[in-house]
Ligand binder design. Structure first.
Ligand code: ADP
Ligand code: MG
Length: 237
């Protein structure tokens, strides 16, 4: 691997006596499509929160593009190119779709307004025809797309998608996958956390499985799918 875009070393996070993330080491290559699976409560979201800076691990070091970001606040990590799409879409109500996008655009660009930029991002996720509609009129799928658009406003080089496909139909899952494939083809490294197994198997070129805060398997989707410990965790055998 050439220099990884993201490097996690010895990261641990406790909540009281519970060790949510236990001494995790993980490298992500530039341009990679990395999937993270694991049962509920295995520490996936906590690890992501450590990467984005929402929570501070007690131990460990996180390096992004060669720079130690471990002590940076969330907004600085965002400005450096780390974006995250949330499990639960939270649009600003009372604002149009394009206005929803303008908020993170203003935040990142600090000043310059570029309406063409916002429309370009909406087009990238297939929401351009909805630009002037109120955010609260969006369907479930469109809300997911708006979430992705908001993450893209920061022109990220790393996009973390945490269960963005939950509750979507098969066809909608395909649409979101297509968007993520396109972004990846444009050079965005993507970490996908997902319970929808066929989607994450199809998307990922590499899969990591977590259990009780630890990485228990790391390899191709086929290798991880065959891994005895992974099978034990998922199927109890
Ligand atoms: P996953 O995303 O894999 O489902 P999480 O990272 O959300 O898992 O949770 C890992 C463990 O940490 C779980 O046992 C969860 O209950 C616990 N946990 C997560 N966030 C908090 C928190 N803010 N306070 C206390 N415990 C938490
Ligand atoms: Mg989670």
């Amino acid at each position: 691997m050439s220099e990884p875009i993201l490097s996690i070393r010895g990261v641990s996070k406790r909540f009281g006596t519970l060790i949510a993330v236990a001494d995790v080491d993980l490298d992500v290559a530039r341009g990679e499509k990395l999937g993270i699976i694991g049962p509920n409560g295995s520490g996936k979201t906590t690890l992501i929160n450590c990467i984005t800076g929402v929570i501070r691990p007690e131990q460990g070091k996180i390096t992004f593009e060669g720079i130690d970001i471990s002590r940076m606040p969330t907004y600085q990590r965002a400005r450096r190119g780390i974006a995250r799409s949330f499990q639960i879409p939270r649009p600003f109500v009372g604002m149009s779709v394009v206005q929803n996008l303008q908020v993170p655009l203003d935040y990142v660009a600090s000043g310059e307004r570029d309406p063409a930029g916002a429309l370009g991002i909406l087009a990238a996720v297939g929401l351009e025809t909805r630009a002037d509609d109120p955010a609260e009129s969006l369907t479930h799928l469109e809300l997911r797309k708006l979430e992705l658009a908001r993450a893209l406003a920061a022109e990220p080089r790393l996009l973390i998608a945490d269960e963005v496909m939950a509750g979507l139909s098969e066809q909608e899952i395909d649409e979101v996958l297509e968007i993520l494939f396109t972004l990846n083809a444009r050079g965005v490294t993507i970490i996908m956390i997902e319970h929808i197994m066929h989607a994450i198997m199809r998307f990922s070129t590499r899969l990591v499985c977590m259990e009780t805060g630890r990485v228990i398997a790391d390899g191709t989707p086929q290798e991880v799918g065959r891994n005895p410990e992974v099978r034990r965790v998922y199927f109890g055998k």
